[in-house]
Write a protein that binds this ligand. Structure first.
Ligand code: SF4
Length: 473
């Protein structure tokens, strides 16, 4: 399935896209995560596996290449992805895929002489030497090569450039004279544009990995809060839903905690008796599965959790506990997200808020003491984040009437970027406060802030937003 922006188009989003394009056409730089910094191979593999580069390519020797099945993220020695199906020209091939930042990595890492790589049918890379470079297995079979293009990514991905300066912007003057209805309409359009971009990403992932896996990955990512979205995403890609669904609840939980690295990083003697019982249960199952995941325990392949400055309630160990609890109620969690016709916001929120876990509903981390009272494992703000980033982006393109439901959502999250945007656009104008109360206003402000404030390096002098605002009115 090919997903384009136009199949998901919502009318206001189109208007905002034209508004933004007229300003920036010809000025956009093309970036890929890591291109201006050392390429992070894990992020790259995650983008590929999630279908972000698409499914159809042209090989270096001019053949049409279609990835029919992205296979399995390999946990053992050998190529990155195994059991894949790829069509090259008229031939259908089944085998493995290797992804490298540079084509020459194939020889640098001696894959050409390694029998573990003899089933490779497709070699992917982002960069290649000017001279001809062939990829060959140890049996001297030539492997189809595809150079991935950053322009295939659904949107440019930028490294986080922090915050724009905290001061009143030049757009403050025209905004002050603008009728509130016009500002509202501009922010709603920007919010719709933002939601549409999320929809494209999710539907592209669904085309590559299936809708159920996409829902699972996206919910796992939402549990990562701001700092740990990517490790959660990679964990869900490495341990796909189909694999987890074949396991018992205990096996599933031990596999998730084992591959996360949390089981091996905690010293038994540092824990409290109840935690020791919990860990013993996990280890009983983990030691039987550990060998099949050896590659992911290698420090170079291990997940990089960010633990500094994470609030206790958002600690990834607790969030992982929430993911295991969520998986034990999978049908009621995922069912309403399958088709817009089955959707009921109230029922879904009730399901999510009721999710609990014998151990994790009363703990922040494996080293912490029990909390005085049980805590909501997935609280109201997290559920709202899931509505905004998973449920509505999946469902609204299929049933645009749900946009009205989205507009009713209050803003529950405090966001530093939103506060900075309000300060720059509205200063002390009381309307600034009004535009922080609803989720879609926040989302619209974030979009304007990212598209204009973070793109500007002229202290507002050359920012086109203030002039363009007149046209919006
Ligand atoms: S950069 Fe543009 S949008 Fe941002 S505050 Fe300045 S004038 Fe306003």
């Amino acid at each position: 399935m090919t997903v384009s922006n136009s199949t998901l188009s919502l009318p206001l989003a189109d208007r905002y896209a034209r508004f933004k394009e007229a300003v920036f056409s010809g000025l956009e730089e093309i970036t890929l995560p890591g291109f201006d910094q050392p390429v992070n191979e894990l992020d790259l593999q995650s983008l590929w596996f999630g279908g972000a580069f698409g499914q159809e390519f042209i090989s270096l020797d001019g053949k049409k290449v279609q990835v029919v099945d992205f296979g399995v993220w390999n946990s053992g020695p050998g190529p990155d992805f195994t059991d894949c199906t790829v069509k090259v020209g008229t031939q259908t091939l089944r085998g493995d895929i290797e992804l490298d930042p540079d084509a020459r990595d194939w020889e640098r890492h001696a894959h050409g002489g390694n029998p573990d790589y003899s089933r490779v049918i497709l070699h992917l890379f982002l960069d290649a030497p000017d001279e001809l470079f062939f990829t060959r297995t140890h049996e001297h079979r030539e492997v189809t090569q595809v150079c991935l293009s950053p322009s295939a990514l659904p949107e440019k991905s930028k490294p986080d450039r922090g915050l724009a300066a905290a001061r009143l912007g030049r757009c403050h003057a025209p905004l002050k004279d603008m009728q509130p209805g016009h500002i509202q309409s501009m922010l709603e359009a920007a919010a719709q544009y933002r939601l549409e971009k999320k929809s494209v990403r999710l539907h592209r992932c669904a085309a590559a990995q299936g809708r159920e896996q996409t829902i699972y990955q996206a919910l796992a990512q939402a549990l990562g809060y701001r700092n740990n979205q990517q490790p959660f995403n990679i964990l869900a890609q490495r341990l796909p839903l189909k694999r987890l669904q074949k396991l018992s609840g205990e096996e599933r939980e031990s596999l998730l905690f084992g591959v996360s690295g949390f089981l091996e990083s905690v010293r038994y003697e540092d824990t409290l008796p109840e935690t020791r019982r919990y860990l013993r249960g996990l280890w009983e199952s983990w030691w039987k599965q550990r060998d099949s995941c050896r590659r992911w325990l290698d420090p170079r392949q291990a997940l990089r959790w960010k633990l500094a400055a994470v609030r206790p309630g958002n600690h990834p160990q607790r969030r992982l506990g929430a993911l295991t609890a969520l998986l034990s109620r999978w049908n009621s969690v995922s069912g309403p997200l399958f088709e817009a016709g089955r959707w009921s916001r109230d029922a879904w929120c009730e399901t999510m808020l009721a999710i609990g876990h014998d151990y994790w509903s009363g703990r922040y981390t494996l080293l912490s003491a029990p909390t005085v009272k049980p805590l909501a494992l997935i609280g109201a703000t997290r559920v709202q984040e899931m509505l905004a980033n998973v449920a509505y982006p999946l469902l609204i393109p299929e049933r645009t009437r749900l946009w009205a439901e989205y507009l009713e959502l209050p803003a529950l999250l405090d966001n530093q970027k939103v506060r900075r945007a309000v300060l720059r656009l509205f200063g002390s104008d009381p309307r600034g406060l009004e535009f922080q109360k609803m989720l879609h206003h926040q989302q619209g402000l974030l979009q304007v802030y990212e598209d204009f404030c973070l793109e500007d390096d002229s202290a507002c002098a050359e920012c086109p937003f203030p002039e363009r605002l007149k046209e919006w009115s």
